[in-house]
Design a protein around this ligand. Structure first.
Ligand code: SF4
Length: 533
């Protein structure tokens, strides 16, 4: 870590990030999320994925990370332009209350000299990764409401059985209109897949010696055969310093759980990232496939029987999880009390796609109610300042900042992303989606969630299909749009958030000719390329 012990995140940002450029993020160089199954890459997990050019892999297996697109994004960042695709960070920063966005957290993990090196190298140069998240395929036993067939074979089954969701009109519709054939793995076996083969070639040619952390994502990694090959590599390299992490829903078949506990002992530094953000029946509704008690018991087993350095709790903040988010965090504090402050470490990741499931689109009365509940919870726990068995605060500064960021988000943010559809379409989709989800998955929204949500749900007037139409797949009316659209921020222009355009916040920069946002810091430093303003 490069942040000094005496520095807070803001001071680190000023010293290390702003001195390179006000839009810099080291994740564009040293971090990647790569979907090897169907050949897509991105820098951190927030920007939408883009395709890897298979032709480039013949002579350069590092092109699974060093794509032409990523190099253009690096150039923009060095020039102080905000890449559209990094909207997640710009939204948080534009709240205007010194909120720390992920680009600070994702830069501070690298050494000063490595960060400085990126500012000196040619933007077209290939870079060796330091932290990597990879997925071998989309096989998964869950079909969470905010996920889609691109990431889960159980979602593929839902679409194959019942057909597309109908009447979905907003920018999230692309997730639910087909079984995402583009995300189908290339080749029948790993040997036939050029992306997986490029990964193993790059691994042997130096990746394994330079990487500091490898993290496996899915689908559900425990269901991917190639994952066990990595555990075998650790068995043969017991002194490796390479941190190994895995995302897992932690509700696998019992034999896979037993196997995971056994092989975790091969890895000196093994960390698990699991996801959840609400309690019991809310969690089981939102994350279809979840069995809350089994999930909790598997967590306990992994901590006590396995070899686990840290447990990370990735909370995907969607609108419905607000119903029991504070009760869920209480449950996580209980785990911390029992096993220490790093079991688990909570991160609150704000969902943007599909927009109709975002907390930002909720009616003001619901947002205010849960914002105040979160404020009370945070104040109480900060004042309590409880310590774990080693004398470390149960709730870290980072966790407090994440919770505060959500409170501010509920207070200020109006739209989850720049191309969000208008509110009437979002409400129509909220009603239509959960109505159809209930019938397809055997669930009941109005019996599961508190009155404040149910009242709003019931008040939405929308054309919805009958149960018979859904099960027979024959619809009288379908008002849904059938194109994939739901324009994500992949175009190469720059970015300015709706909140800055609204000008109730301080947007003292300028929008350039291509739509790129140039910050006031860059304007004042005189380093803007001619013609950009
Ligand atoms: S979304 Fe944020 S953290 Fe991710 S690459 Fe972009 S600036 Fe960095």
């Amino acid at each position: 870590m490069t942040r000094k012990a005496t520095e807070d995140y803001l001071e680190f940002k000023k010293r290390m990030i702003d001195s390179i450029s006000p839009t810099y993020c080291a994740a564009k160089w040293y971090n990647a999320t790569i979907w090897l199954g169907h050949g897509q890459s991105t820098s951190c997990h927030h920007p939408p994925a883009h395709h890897i050019d298979v032709k480039e892999l013949e002579n350069n297996p590092s092109a699974i990370h060093n794509t032409k697109h990523k190099k253009k994004m690096r150039k923009m960042m060095l020039e102080g332009v905000r890449p559209n695709e990094c909207e997640y960070c710009w939204k948080v920063e534009d709240i205007g209350r010194d909120n720390i966005s992920d680009r600070v957290y994702k830069t501070e993990i690298f050494k000063d000299e490595d960060i400085i090196a990126t500012s000196k190298m040619d933007w077209q140069e290939d870079v060796m990764l330091k932290t990597l998240e990879i997925s071998f395929d989309r096989t998964c036993n869950f079909a969470c409401s905010y996920c889609n067939p691109g990431f889960s074979t159980t979602w593929v089954k839902d679409i194959k059985k019942f057909g597309p969701y109908v009447n979905i009109q907003s920018d999230g519709r692309g997730h639910f209109i087909d079984d995402a054939p583009f995300a189908k793995s290339v080749g029948k076996t790993d040997e036939e897949n050029p992306y997986i083969q490029a990964f193993w070639r790059w691994w042997d040619e130096g990746l394994k010696d330079n990487l500091e952390e490898i993290r496996i994502t899915g689908g559900e990694p425990l269901m991917a055969g190639s994952v066990w090959k990595l555990f075998d590599w650790y068995k043969d390299n017991p002194n490796s310093k390479l941190r190994f992490a895995m995302n897992s829903n932690l509700v696998p078949k019992n034999e896979l759980m037993d196997k995971l506990i056994k092989v975790s002992h091969y890895v000196p530094q093994f960390e698990v990232y699991t996801s959840n953000e609400s309690l019991g029946e809310h969690s089981e509704y939102i994350r279809d496939g979840m069995v809350y008690t089994q999930w909790k018991s598997n967590i306990e087993r992994l901590i006590t029987e396995g070899n686990l350095k840290k447990l990370h709790m990735m909370m995907t903040i969607n609108s419905l999880c607000l119903a029991s988010i504070t009760e869920f965090m209480d449950d996580m504090l209980d785990l911390k009390r029992k096993h220490g402050s790093e079991y688990p470490i909570m991160t609150l990741n704000i969902l943007r796609f599909p927009s109709f499931q975002s907390a930002a689109i909720l009616p003001e009365n619901i947002k205010t109610f849960y914002k105040e509940k979160l404020e009370t919870w945070l104040k109480y726990n900060m004042e309590k300042n409880e310590l774990d068995c080693k004398g470390i605060p149960l709730l870290s500064h980072m966790e407090q900042a994440h919770i505060q960021r959500l409170i501010d988000y509920l207070d200020v943010i109006k739209t989850p992303h720049k191309q969000t559809s208008e509110r009437t379409k979002l409400y129509n989709d909220f009603k239509n989606f959960y109505h159809q989800y209930d019938i397809r998955r055997g669930k009941k929204f109005v019996k599961t969630f508190p009155e404040i949500f149910v009242k709003w749900f019931d008040s939405i007037i929308a054309v919805i299909p009958s149960e018979e139409e859904i099960t027979s797949k024959v619809y009288v009316i379908d008002t849904g749009l059938k194109d994939r659209s739901g324009k994500h921020s992949t175009e190469e222009g720059g970015y300015i958030s709706d909140e800055l355009l609204d000008s109730s916040l301080d947007g003292s920069g300028l929008v350039d000719e291509e739509g790129g946002y140039i910050s006031s810091e860059i304007l004042n430093s005189g380093t803007v390329d001619e013609g950009k303003t």
